[in-house]
Design a protein around this ligand. Structure first.
Ligand code: NDP
Length: 330
């Protein structure tokens, strides 16, 4: 089976030469292990962080070794109790066609209950990120006006829709193309949306949210964060989910210049990691699953085919090629 190795640590935007697609022998599962033929693999912005060796909340990818990431597939051989050949599992050994997985690190998923790819997106890690970040970290409550950046992406498109379904007074989104803005308004039910490439974010946000914002869900950082602080209402809350605008920076970017506004607004900024919120998983799947079945919550996937295109799919997430969750079909 083929797998992707990291061969050098990228500086700035990653280059194809930082990676290698390698043919590896498929070994049989040892005690407590299962062999999985991966069907779908996830590519996510946080993987950029793992390509650098700076200390973070997940260990860096090792040079010369296979990269990792969320994946779902069919078990083709099992040497573990409770999992049989033919079962489908979610696990953490993506970036490869075949994976030998410790059964303790694999979660059985039901392809009848929902399409397999959704366990990586709308019902998976990115979905829970949206749910926990909005409802818990940002303490969203009915009547709040909510602004989300990266709004046409996996996390952002779900944040906006959950806010709408839970009674937000206004949902505002920003994204990087006019096509994405149209989708936010026409498909996902945002009240207002703008293309951040069309003009200063602060002015566009003021126009889109004339009464200010109570919650800002930050996927982007940079001038988006400063703009949100500028439009923050009294007792406003900012959940820092990600800051994709700085992931490829080689020097630290300056912070928001208007932090003093937090004093008059009594505003709060708080970061969070989805990994701390898996206690919400069941509630999340129940609530969001029902909205998907009723058609009230829509989701999009951008599917790229083939292990040979796994890397391009990852670059695509950093460039903004995706609408909704970027998925690799293996
Ligand atoms: P997305 O599906 O949103 O894909 C990333 C998007 O970021 C692109 O489609 C692109 O859309 C946008 N983007 C890229 N560069 C820039 C830029 N310079 N300025 C503004 N937007 C940019 O990815 P996810 O939904 O998976 O992740 C969204 C965010 O959530 C990321 O910051 C990620 O790191 C974070 N995250 C955090 C987690 C946590 O536990 N805290 C868990 C999961 C994700 P566009 O065309 O609009 O530019």
């Amino acid at each position: 089976g083929r797998e992707w190795h990291l061969v050098s640590r990228p500086v700035g935007f990653p280059q194809p030469s930082d990676f290698a697609l390698v043919e590896a022998e498929v070994r049989q599962p040892g005690p407590g292990e299962v062999l999985v033929r991966n069907a779908y693999a996830s590519v996510d912005p946080y993987m950029r962080g793992r390509m650098s060796d700076a200390k973070s909340y997940v260990a860096p990818f090792e040079l010369g070794k296979t990269m990792q990431g969320g994946a779902v597939g069919e078990v083709i051989a099992s040497n573990a109790e409770g999992i049989e050949a033919g079962d489908h599992v979610l696990h953490f050994l993506g970036w490869r066609e075949y994976a030998v997985v410790d059964a303790k690190q694999a979660v059985k998923v039901d392809p009848e209950a929902a399409p397999l790819s959704t366990y990586l997106g709308v019902l998976g890690m990115t979905g829970l990120t949206a749910y926990a970040g909005l409802l818990r970290t940002a303490s969203f409550k009915e009547g709040d006006s909510v602004f989300v950046s990266g709004a046409a992406g996996a996390v952002g498109s779900q944040v906006g829709q959950i806010a709408r379904l839970k009674g937000a007074s206004r949902v505002i989104g920003s994204a990087g193309s006019d096509e994405k803005v149209k989708l936010l308004l026409e498909e996902y039910g945002f009240d207002a949306a703008f293309n951040y490439k069309n003009g200063p974010v602060s002015q566009q946000l003021r126009d889109a949210a004339p009464d200010g914002v109570d919650v800002y869900f930050d996927n982007v950082g940079g001038d988006h964060l400063e703009a949100a602080i500028g439009s923050l209402n009294r007792d406003g809350r900012i959940a820092v989910c990600g800051m994709i605008s700085v992931y490829n920076n080689t020097e630290a970017a300056p912070g928001p210049r208007n932090l003093a506004r937090l004093i008059q607004t009594r505003g709060r900024i708080q970061g969070f990691l989805v990994g701390d919120h898996y206690d919400l998983q069941q509630e999340f799947v129940q609530e969001v699953g029902a909205w998907i079945r009723s058609g009230e919550l829509k989701y999009t996937e951008t599917v790229v085919e083939g292990i040979e295109n796994n890397l391009e799919a990852f670059f695509g997430v950093l460039r903004g090629d995706n609408i909704g969750k970027m998925i690799v079909k293996l």
